[in-house]
Design a protein around this ligand. Structure first.
Ligand code: FAD
Length: 343
């Protein structure tokens, strides 16, 4: 496929030329946790690295939103860790004032394990991880191609980036689509392995309340029945100055209502959680997470798709369906890239 063109108008003359950015050692698609952690490790090993993300804000599924003066975490709700390396990163983030301990569990699941949150909200975790890295936002990658000894990455606005190695961190079906668009073929065992990875969906409601909710401290709970898998009070959590509740629908409800009117699905979820709301709903918004959490987790912490030049895939589908899994996958990906990059 020919490169799409940027057009420069000069009177009636139109000159078309693709925009080629300078080459880097490692280009990372996706500035979520896995991409950011990998970038830090690659950069600290002395290699140049650039992150491209289609979103307006960093963090991917670590997401926060404002409605008026109310603040919501509407993706990942908290971070837990058992890995000493990731715990050290969280502690450093806390020292920098960008993360905080939220609690040690919720109602029946108080287990002594720290639940971390971002400060002032979840996207602060991504902002902390991105310090000192070169990130370019609103760059939607549409294809990845081989270009001799390098890779060439094309964006939806006709920019081309070349790199000695590439790491793909979008959810696996989206990464596979980028390979298909650039005609990069995988061996059949790898293709079968990756095509088998599917994700839960999640409809997330963000509701501004007139008064405090009835959700008990510390502000989060898992209902035992019904269509809701999680409900949290962002004010009690300490991130919102106004009463603000996040509701996550379970996979079954989200899938069944995916194509329906989002505000109507939101209303059903608000009705299902009425006893926890405890106050009038002033306004609400609904966000759909098509790739919320992987249902299957791969047996390896990342996937080396091609060794020369190195092409790696990472994310929570490889090391666990949580923020920590994404971080550990990012670490494994950095190690794999550094081992295969030419010196
Ligand atoms: C509703 C919900 C609740 C959750 N709750 C928790 C929780 O409480 N605790 C927990 O530990 N985990 C939780 N998780 C899971 C956690 O958020 C993820 O495991 C983790 O954030 C995944 O990180 P990642 O880097 O693998 O992927 P992502 O965060 O998805 O990052 C991938 C990035 O790639 C970008 N991208 C995709 N396609 C392109 C493209 N073509 N071009 C450029 N950029 C692209 C995306 O914009 C995104 O920023 C939750 C997730 C959801 C959705």
């Amino acid at each position: 496929m020919p490169p799409s063109d940027a057009q420069i108008s000069f009177h009636s003359l139109k000159i078309s030329m693709p925009i080629h950015e300078p080459s880097v050692d490692v280009l990372i698609v996706g500035a979520g946790v896995s991409g950011l952690i990998a970038a830090r490790e690659v950069q600290s090993a002395g290699r140049s690295v650039l992150l491209l993300d289609k979103g307006r804000g960093l963090g991917g599924r670590l997401a926060s939103r404002r409605i008026g003066a109310a603040t919501f975490d509407h993706g990942a709700q908290f971070i837990t860790t058992r890995d000493a390396r990731f715990e050290e990163i969280l502690k450093q983030g806390a020292e920098a004032g960008m993360m905080k301990e939220w609690c040690q569990g919720f109602s029946t699941t108080v287990d002594g394990h720290t639940r971390w949150r971002g400060q002032p909200a979840m996207t602060a975790v991504a902002k902390y991880l991105a310090l000192g890295l070169e990130t370019r936002m609103e760059k939607q990658v549409v294809a990845l191609r081989r270009a001799g000894d390098l890779y060439s990455v094309e964006t939806s606005t006709g920019e081309f980036y070349s790199a000695a190695a590439v790491l793909l961190t979008p959810p696996v079906p989206q990464s596979l689509a980028l390979l298909a668009a650039g005609e990069i073929e995988l061996d059949s065992a790898m293709r079968t392995r990756l095509e088998g990875i599917q994700y839960e969906r999640c409809l997330a409601v963000m509701a501004v309340l007139k008064g405090p909710s009835s959700i008990p401290p510390p502000g989060g709970l898992v209902p035992t029945s019904g269509p809701v898998s999680w409900i949290a009070d962002n004010q009690r959590k300490g991130i919102s100055v106004e009463p603000a509740v996040t509701i996550h629908a379970n996979h079954e409800f989200s899938l069944a209502h995916w194509e329906e009117d989002r505000m109507n699905s939101g209303r059903l979820l608000l009705e299902a959680t009425q006893s926890w709301l405890g106050a009038e709903v002033l306004s609400y918004q609904v966000h759909g997470w098509r790739y919320s959490k992987p249902i299957q987790v791969d047996t390896h912490p990342c996937a080396l798709l091609q060794a020369d030049p190195p092409l790696v895939m990472a994310g929570d589908a490889f090391a666990g369906p949580r923020v920590e899994g994404a971080a550990l996958s990012g670490m494994a990906a950095a190690e794999t890239l550094l081992a295969h990059l030419p010196h």
